[in-house]
Write a protein that binds this ligand. Sequence first.
Ligand code: ZN
Length: 220
Amino acid sequence: MIDDKALVVFSGGQDSTTCLFWAKQEFKDVYAVSFRYGQKHEKEVELAREIAKTAGVHFEVMDIPLVGQLGRNSLTDATIEMDQAVPASGLPNTFVPGRNMFFLSIAAVYARERGIRHLVTGVSQTDYSGYPDCRDAFVKSLNVTLNLAMDYQFVIHTPLMWIDKAQTWELADKLGVFDLVRYKTLTCYNGIQGDGCGHCPSCLLRNEGLHKYLASKKNA
Ligand code: ZN
């Protein structure tokens, strides 16, 4: 059955790992795909592989270094010092231009070949760094484009779109993978697994959400 299968765009971070287990709850057969796009911390791909194995899902890594080379950004270029905050105007240099568009487009072709029409991505426009390709309008627009491009009825699912980081922790907890997400995933821009370096923008966002969730749980 075509509606039994879903493909998760999977980085091995907090958000996509939560989405992976969400997909496991929603679909019978779950696939995950990770990308090596020239990111400095390729370790995340190996962690993604381990998490996929634990989750018992099909896993594949694809090499698309061109994506990291085309647009200048501090996640793939070691010579650029990483922005520690969203600048007053423009985007932080941690933005990799086109990344989610490429990821989802490649994932869609891969999915179609396997008779999968459900795609899952962990993007969110609630607690985010202002990246345009994390916004709902972009995802909906790309969904239409992919369907037209391949004459196929893809459905892109974004379980985290309207929830904040604290609620993402809550979702992981509800799915029974709070500890796995906390200790096995890698979200840190400095490549440190689990609670991370504690001071990069990604860690600040993740840890703020974590503390907010833990505090709300204590008071519940
Ligand atoms: Zn960090």
